[in-house]
Design a protein around this ligand. Structure first.
Ligand code: MN
Length: 128
């Protein structure tokens, strides 16, 4: 399936452009935010099929945003994949423990990234 709406929360313009280009090429629809706060607002308003969440963000970080989204019935069922530049074992552990639907490490591997996106979206479609 294509055309699903995906929300990208990423403060780095270069990283956001790469993810945007890859997903647009695959015909996904996109929403973008540079902060967790704006991302949460967009998620509530637009109900994307998937959220790609950077870890390090200017205000609230990716894990804090994840917790807010999970606690809100309007957004609690939206799958969220963490995307982090950090190779830090401690950050990875925090992300996995938080219960994200996936974890992609930057620089992203395009093939693996797209497979992870498609897998989460198809799982969601199957559950609906
Ligand atoms: Mn960042």
């Amino acid at each position: 399936m294509a055309n699903e709406l995906i929300l990208i929360v990423e403060d780095n313009e270069k990283n956001r452009k790469l993810v945007r280009d890859i997903l647009l090429f695959k015909k996904y629809e996109l929403l973008e935010s540079e902060t967790a706060e704006e991302g949460i607002r967009l998620a509530r308003e637009k109900k994307p099929a998937l959220i790609l969440m950077d870890f390090h963000l200017p205000g609230m970080n990716g894990i804090e945003a994840f917790k807010v989204l999970r606690a809100d019935p309007q957004t609690s069922s939206i799958p969220i994949i963490a995307v982090t530049a950090s190779a830090m074992t401690e950050d990875r552990k925090r992300i996995i423990d938080a219960g994200f639907d996936g974890l992609q490490t930057k620089p992203i591997n395009i093939k693996e990234f797209l497979e992870a996106v498609a897998a989460v979206l198809s799982k969601r479609a199957g559950a609906a």
